[in-house]
Design a protein around this ligand. Structure first.
Ligand code: UD1
Length: 378
């Protein structure tokens, strides 16, 4: 039984790693990996293969950046060509990035069975590219593996047949559980040594950290970081937060480029108490999350990881496709990029007015095994 796993962008790697490992346990399954190259550099891709103990991809499409249409179209052409050479019986896609949708379309046009891991999530916001990727991928998948209860309800509502849906839990949490101990051995003081600076602002002292004494930030959604107003709001949020505690900002290349483009990098770098880091490896970021007092983000996956770790998380987005992180977990949906609301919430959390959260069902480290079992049964 030949299974081809598709990865493309940073949030895919930690989902495919446990899956590939679980598939290897089934002797009659041959599990291969194709990397589209949507994310391509050391910090956004290569380091994840090493740290997650993923074998080098069997196939690399090398499509690189570009507009969403360019990325999607280039992946489709290259993937079609690959399928001419290697004919799998089943293609597995994960998450909601452009690579997920592009590979899914080609799979079905070639008449190959398609499995979607992390199916059924819906933010209800069709302005998000990821939402379109999710809806379209789910609508043509043969196996839909769901990570939280809301996903099952969404798929039923969309008329997906019962026998195609499987509530299996969260493969990203599989990776977190698998690597948490290893990440814990890293030292915070070593991580902050990677601090970056463009040299355009006077350098501020680097605080020393012991754990639970800093806030951690990531921010990369086009709706937050592509225009000047959004960046100014982020600057204000950082200025307010460092009044209470130092903040570590692991900055995505897209966000960095926009701060540069609008001439705001010197303003950012001059904020005392801010530590600007480049994109982090998997283990480094896990260590940073596990020791933070709170996290401010617009990521999809970090909402889930902080829920598992029971660290308060402020999600600066209109909506979430992962409602269990708010209803059960430690996530607070902030709806807008409003510095006043964020300041208030940060105060609440640091002054003990927060929630403890529980871990959603099946986020237990075994999701990939459940999926592999179902796929191997055929
Ligand atoms: C993509 C996903 C998003 C995911 C995010 C995680 C889609 C629609 N979006 O968004 O869901 O949360 O990945 O990072 O698929 N770049 C580099 N090095 C790289 C890759 C990208 O510098 O290895 C730069 C690109 O040149 C580009 C920017 O980062 O300017 C954005 O990359 P892109 O793949 O277009 O989308 P993301 O914003 O990363």
């Amino acid at each position: 039984m030949k299974i081809l796993n598709v990865v493309g962008a940073r949030p895919n790697f930690m989902k495919v790693a446990p899956l590939n490992r679980a598939l290897q346990q089934h002797p009659h399954v041959q599990s291969r990996i194709v990397h589209t190259g949507q994310h391509y550099d050391e910090k956004m891709s290569d380091i994840f293969f090493r740290q997650l103990e993923l074998p080098q991809p069997d196939y690399y499409l090398g499509i690189g950046g570009g507009t969403h249409t360019q990325q999607t179209a280039r992946i489709m052409l290259a993937f079609e060509e690959l399928l001419g050479e290697y004919k799998p019986g089943l293609i597995v896609v994960v998450g909601d990035v452009n690579s997920t949708l592009a590979a899914s379309l080609v799979a079905k046009k070639e008449g190959i069975l398609l499995a979607h891991v992390e199916a059924g999530l819906r933010s209800g916001d069709r302005g998000m590219p990821e939402e379109l990727n999710r809806i379209l991928t789910d609508s043509i998948s043969d196996y839909l593996f769901v990570s939280e209860m809301a996903g099952m309800i969404n798929l039923s509502r969309e008329g997906v047949a019962e026998q195609k849906m499987f509530f299996v839990g969260n493969v990203m949490i599989d990776s977190l559980i698998f690597f948490r101990q290893k990440a814990s051995q890293l030292k915070l003081e070593d991580l902050v040594k990677q601090r970056i600076s463009s040299g355009t602002a006077p350098s501020t002292p680097t605080p020393s950290f012991r754990g639970r004494d800093y806030a951690l930030m990531t921010m990369h959604r086009p709706s937050n970081v592509d225009d000047e107003q959004g960046l100014n709001n982020i600057l204000q949020i950082i200025r307010d937060t460092v009044q209470r505690l130092p903040l570590i900002f692991a900055i995505h290349p897209r966000t960095y480029k926009h701060f540069e483009k609008f001439g705001l990098l010197p303003t950012l770098e001059a904020i005392p108490g801010l530590v600007l880091l480049p994109p982090q490896g998997y283990l480094q970021f896990l260590k940073l999350m596990d020791n933070a007092a709170l996290i401010i983000t617009d990521s999809g996956g970090i909402q889930e990881e902080t829920t598992y770790l029971q660290i308060p998380c402020l999600t600066l987005r209109q909506s979430t496709e992962r409602p269990s992180t708010v209803e059960l977990g430690t996530n607070f949906l902030m709806h807008t990029l409003d510095p006043d609301a964020v300041r208030q919430k940060v105060d609440d959390i640091l002054d003990g007015r927060t929630k403890k959260g529980v871990i959603p069902p099946f986020w237990d480290g075994m999701a990939a095994e459940r999926i592999a079992e179902i796929l191997a049964r055929g």
